[in-house]
Design a binder for this molecule. Structure first.
Ligand SMILES: [Zn+2]
Length: 348
């Protein structure tokens, strides 16, 4: 038995050189080799059957969860970024090259007048730069999740989508935190055509974009286990008192720095009990591996055994399940983590 896995080489088209952190330029953490390591590790394990789906995603599938103006802005910016940068850099006498990336300002956005007149509204921080091929990369990433949902609707029991860029920080009308389109939410919107959906976000960071999109959707159960937003990205969201609109099942579980396997899995067990009560028809996992003990961006203490047990716990729910790749930055170990996780999924 192997897990149907969707992959696209287009992710490598998005390769920003650096990001700005604590007053310094550092190499961009969310880099193409993340997918290379995941793929190599899983291929070696023999646990997955990797396919490259054709581009099938429609504009309607994107606008089912995102503001159409945001979609138009991201596509326009990517297509015109070279010209935009040239104009801007001429003013400051800085040389630009054709592989340049547009970095959004980090000024707070305010709702003055029409958003469409102020397109910068749609990218909410400087961690999500846009280059000339970024649109292709994010579209193919969303396509993987979209095709994964179609496979579940066709009767497949488990699908893993190697999405990059990730998606869970992208909200209805904002990109941010390395994320542009919310892959898990786009898949969920398709699954909702045939039943109720539970989303569990196990990335180290709160799934603020997914929460934003389904805040008022009673057919979605959303739970996120993550670092305390008081001290970690995205800072403004992920607190336990954020429980969604009327009749909505939304659970936020912030955990302290240093959280290890026992505490983490015990919190996850409680969340899955609530999930069972919701009686979903489909399960979507926002699968981040930045909870690993040696992740350079994070402060949890999970190990390979933790991922194996998590895989077992999700599989134990006996639901058609889509696993959507989110973060994870201890790059050389990503293949090993994914292997441990899917060994757990396939363990009886
Ligand atoms: Zn993360």
């Amino acid at each position: 038995m192997s897990i149907l896995t969707y992959f696209s080489p287009h992710h490598a088209l998005h390769n920003p050189p650096h990001e700005f952190m604590h007053g310094q330029f550092v190499p961009y953490f969310e880099m193409p080799s993340r997918i290379d390591y995941l793929r190599q590790g899983l291929e070696t394990s023999g646990l997955v059957s990797i396919q490259e789906p054709l581009l099938q995603i429609s504009k309607e599938a994107l606008t089912s969860v995102h503001d159409p103006n945001m979609i138009a802005y991201l596509e326009m910016l990517s297509g015109n970024v070279t010209t935009i940068l040239q104009k801007s850099f001429e003013m400051y006498r800085i040389e630009s090259d054709e592989n340049g990336y547009f970095y959004e300002s980090s000024f707070p956005k305010r709702h003055y007048g029409s958003k469409t007149d102020k397109p910068d509204y749609y990218i909410c921080d400087s961690t999500s730069p846009v280059g000339k091929d970024t649109w292709q990369a994010i579209l193919y990433s969303a396509n993987l999740a979209y095709c994964g949902a179609l496979a579940l609707l066709d009767g497949e029991k488990r699908v893993y989508t190697m999405c990059r860029p990730p998606g869970h920080h992208a909200g209805r009308d904002f990109a941010g935190g390395y994320c542009y389109l919310n892959n898990a939410a786009i898949a969920t919107a398709q699954l909702l055509k045939l039943g109720k959906v539970a989303i569990v976000d196990v990335d180290y960071h709160h799934g603020n974009g997914t929460q934003d999109i389904f805040w008022d959707e009673p057919r979605v159960f959303f739970a996120s286990l993550h670092a305390d937003p008081a001290v970690d990205y995205p800072y403004y969201a992920g607190y336990p008192d954020e429980t969604g609109g009327e009749g909505v099942s939304l659970v936020n579980v912030p955990l302290p720095h240093g959280t290890g396997e026992t505490e983490y899995l015990s919190a996850l067990k409680k969340v899955l009990m609530q999930l069972r009560d919701f009686q979903p028809d489909f399960l979507v996992i926002s699968l981040g591996f930045d909870t690993y003990k040696d992740d350079p961006m994070a402060r949890f203490q999970l190990d390979m055994s933790s991922y194996r047990r998590m895989g077992q716990m999700f599989n134990g729910l006996q639901l058609p399940t889509l696993y959507v790749q989110e973060g994870g930055y201890c790059i050389e170990k990503l293949g090993e983590m994914a292997t441990a996780f899917f060994q757990g999924v396939l363990a009886e």
